[in-house]
Design a protein around this ligand. Structure first.
Ligand SMILES: [Zn+2]
Length: 261
């Protein structure tokens, strides 16, 4: 099981600050049911318990900065205690899944309607087919407004929906996407000459200055929603490997923003 995940998402490709791999559980334990989710949070642990999952594969790490206690006095402590008491393992594929091929942004690109070949927005110097973000094309030219509506339709629904920066009637066809917080890639998207860049967690000043400077239009979606399409891709890789497990993708919305007014 872990071999399959590590072949698809090599831990060595994770950022140095990241914490990926097995968080709890025994690599030797039997696994029948695997739940895929973006966030290792209480609602996901509850879903795993109810479905009797043996393993949860999440995108986000539970512990990124280390801890000195797993006591049930903190949300993370309670979560890890629940998992261990119920023999549910937890495995994380984070930045190593972002840069994989296929990885997080491939699934995002397909979800928002990109077709044909996808290339990394920022590839590794030693591997042009792996890296952050993806660039691809829509099947035909549409307006920015039409693309944003299509992206919202293709992504799971969240309270914030998607936000657009730029002229809604602007024609778009060549698109860059990056799952999760992608503002470090703004200049790369501009240099790539795409018509629109879709990512998450964009802030006012960088977005405003980017659009004012004549860069591509921006579409900002919920962080959770941009990474969620990857779950099905990861589950498919596990099933295709021939390991005998049941997989399920959690539909629990764990985006931080739960209501828009
Ligand atoms: Zn993320």
């Amino acid at each position: 099981m872990i071999e399959v995940l590590e072949a698809a998402y090599p831990p060595a490709r994770a950022e140095s600050w990241d914490a990926v791999g097995l968080v709890s559980g025994d690599p030797g334990q039997g696994v029948r049911r695997v739940l895929f989710a973006v966030d290792p949070v209480a609602a996901v642990a509850a879903e795993a318990l109810e479905w009797e999952a043996d393993l949860i594969v999440t995108h986000h790490p539970l512990y990124l900065r280390g801890t000195t206690s797993v006591a049930a006095t903190t949300p993370k402590g309670r979560l890890i205690r629940t998992l261990i008491k119920n023999d549910i393992a937890l495995y994380t594929a984070h930045t190593n899944a972002d840069v994989a091929n296929p990885g997080v942004s491939d699934a995002l690109a397909r979800a928002v309607g990109l077709v044909g070949d996808l290339v990394p927005l920022q590839s590794f110097p030693d591997d042009p087919w792996r890296g952050l973000g993806r660039i691809g094309e829509l099947p035909g030219e549409v307006t920015l407004g039409e693309f944003a509506a299509q992206a919202a339709e293709g992504l799971p629904r969240t309270s914030a929906g998607v936000r657009v920066a730029g002229d809604l009637s602007r024609p778009v066809r060549r698109v860059a996407v990056s799952g999760g917080a992608g503002d470090s890639l703004l200049e790369t998207a501009k240099a790539a000459g795409v018509d629109v860049f879709l990512t998450a967690d964009l802030r006012h000043h960088p977005a405003s200055e980017f659009v004012e400077s004549g860069g591509p239009a921006l579409v900002d979606a919920a962080h959770w929603a941009t990474e969620w399409p990857w779950l099905d891709s990861a589950a498919s890789i596990l099933r295709a490997s021939g390991v005998n497990v049941e997989t399920r993708v959690s539909a629990t919305v764990t985006d931080a923003w739960t209501r828009g007014y």
